[in-house]
Design a protein around this ligand. Structure first.
Ligand code: NAD
Length: 495
């Protein structure tokens, strides 16, 4: 089945029909483990976007009128279909993205959890009310859908990130247009085929492919009421500004530079294992991946050696092989960029304890492999300490005190996630309370919120107010309508 989906090429899904995009193919979809070109994604066009938005707008009145309890029946069916096709979708994700099968399964599981949460919409979407705000006058607040809403998603979680938005958007009664990453279009094409099998009315969910041209057309289309975006910070900032200038509500999740603080009293083995998973899982291409470990005091005596030991034994290769622990990065240019940043770190004063440049797996397979890398002693003021690497590179900075360590995090312009490793409850509590990041881990390396909590993110990692997932998503995808009613008894007929 995986090969069939690739052979079909990159197709749009508009108003219930599969369509070949009208714009020129411009981006190769690669298997990052082999370098093989699987297909080509289109540039995207305003015409295709307009067709998708118009199909969504046409489907909106009937979909919005359907009772919420009936709308979620399609999501219950979708959940079951995803369970039935779980392995097949994970395999497609591994082939187009490069991550290991275990990681692809993990992201699909997280995506399904969002469908499960959105099935609670008859409760989650309720408003509130109060009798007698003045004598004989009542006030009610209803949540109503917005209309056509759109999401623009990145390459690193091809199945999960679209599912941060799609289930809530449609459960709330909106109709939806997705613009997936041009580098990984196939996981969501397969999921769309399953959405069709649920019997969802045509036009409620549409997919339109492409790059910047498609994004700009969505941002400018007057019928699109809301934009959800996940990707790098410069694009997130741009999308937020252009959506706002066009009068749309927007939630834009950006890039990250995540820190963990290792205190001297942290459990050595557990801390090392958890941080290695955070730094090298998904080849470092997670927005919650740790990029910098700050060792405090004597933690510098043991942590550099233990993390280098753990990183050096990771098996790197094709994610389809069951014993492989780390796959490739997404493209050859991504690999070159990461390798150049490792060189930059060395030139800025870091000592490579483990250097993943020229990984042997690349020579053997033609894929985009960078081996696990540890850069020790990065100056906190270096440009690398501020740069999102998005590859399997962990930088180590040493601090004399917890306050010095938290000052490093505070100084950073991103605010996606940070973690502390310690056996001291008081130190953990202070960190949790004071650290300016939206997701915080305590002895947890990837502080990924469950579907029923907001996927937070602060400062340069997020533009907007309401985040993805859970109650935030319901608020984002609905408008509050307040009704104030007076029904004097003297106006009514007597019964
Ligand atoms: P990207 O910003 O290159 O692309 C994201 C989306 O924006 C894609 O759909 C792409 O087609 C579109 N796009 C790209 N350039 C554009 C432009 N100039 N104008 C308009 N649209 C444009 O991001 P990526 O490389 O696909 O994903 C990796 C980035 O996403 C990393 O920075 C990572 O930290 C971030 N990310 C953040 C989160 C989060 O929750 N904060 C989650 C996952 C990934």
């Amino acid at each position: 089945m995986a090969s069939e989906i690739f052979q079909g090429g990159v197709l749009d899904h508009i108003g219930g029909s599969w369509r070949r995009p009208s714009s020129e193919p411009t981006t190769d979809v690669l298997n990052p483990a082999t370098g093989q070109v699987i297909a080509q994604s289109p540039a995207g066009s305003a015409g295709d976007v307009a067709a998708a938005v118009e199909a969504a707008a046409a489907a909106f009145p009937d979909w919005r009128a359907m009772p919420p309890g009936d709308r979620v029946q399609y999501l219950f069916r979708l959940k079951q279909l995803l369970e039935d096709h779980f392995e097949e979708i994970a395999r497609i994700t591994t082939i187009e993205n490069g991550k290991t099968l275990a990681e692809s399964r993990g992201e699909l599981r997280r995506g399904i959890e969002n469908i499960e949460t959105a099935c609670g919409i008859p409760t989650l979407m309720q408003g509130y009310n109060l009798e007698d705000i003045a004598s004989g006058i009542d006030e009610l607040m209803f949540r109503q859908p917005l209309g056509v809403v759109a999401a623009i998603t990145p390459f690193n979680f091809p199945s999960m990130i679209p599912l941060w938005f799609l289930p809530y958007a449609i459960a709330c009664g909106n109709t939806f247009v997705l613009k997936p990453s041009e580098r990984v279009p196939f996981s969501i094409i397969r999921i769309m085929q399953l959405i069709e099998k649920t019997g969802l009315p045509k036009g409620v969910v549409n997919i339109v492919n492409g790059g910047k041209a498609a994004v700009d057309a969505l941002l400018d289309h007057p019928m699109v009421q809301a934009i959800s975006f996940v990707g790098s910070s410069p694009v997130a900032r741009y999308v937020y500004a252009r959506a706002a200038a066009n009068g749309k509500r927007a939630q834009c999740q950006g890039g990250a530079k995540n820190h963990v603080v290792v205190l001297p009293d942290a459990d050595h083995d557990a801390t090392t294992k958890i941080i290695a998973d955070s730094a090298y899982g998904c080849a470092g291409q997670r927005c919650l991946a740790v990029s910098v470990a700050v060792t405090v005091g004597e933690a510098r005596e043991w942590f550099p050696k233990s993390i280098t030991g753990a990183a050096s034994v990771l098996k790197v290769g094709s994610g389809l092989e069951s014993d492989v622990q780390m796959g490739p990065v997404i493209t050859p240019s991504s690999r070159h960029r990461v390798e150049e940043l490792i060189a930059q770190g060395a030139s800025e004063g870091a000592r490579p304890l483990l250097d993943g440049r020229s990984a042997s797996a690349s020579r053997q397979t033609g894929g985009n492999f960078v081996g696990p890398t540890v850069l020790d002693g990065i100056p906190a003021s270096s440009s690398l300490a501020e740069t999102e690497i998005f590859g399997p590179v962990l930088s180590l900075i040493h601090a004399d005190s917890v306050d010095d360590a938290t000052a490093i995090i505070r100084h950073n312009s991103f605010g996606n996630a940070s973690s502390i490793f310690t056996t001291s409850g008081a130190a953990a509590r202070k960190f949790r309370n004071e650290i300016p990041t939206g997701n915080v881990g305590v002895n947890v390396g990837v502080a990924a919120p469950m579907a029923y909590f907001p996927f937070s993110g602060w400062r340069g990692s997020f533009f907007g107010i309401l985040h993805a997932q859970g109650r935030d998503a319901v608020e984002f995808y609905t408008a509050e309508k307040v009704v104030i009613e007076r029904w004097p008894k003297e106006w009514s007929r007597k019964f």
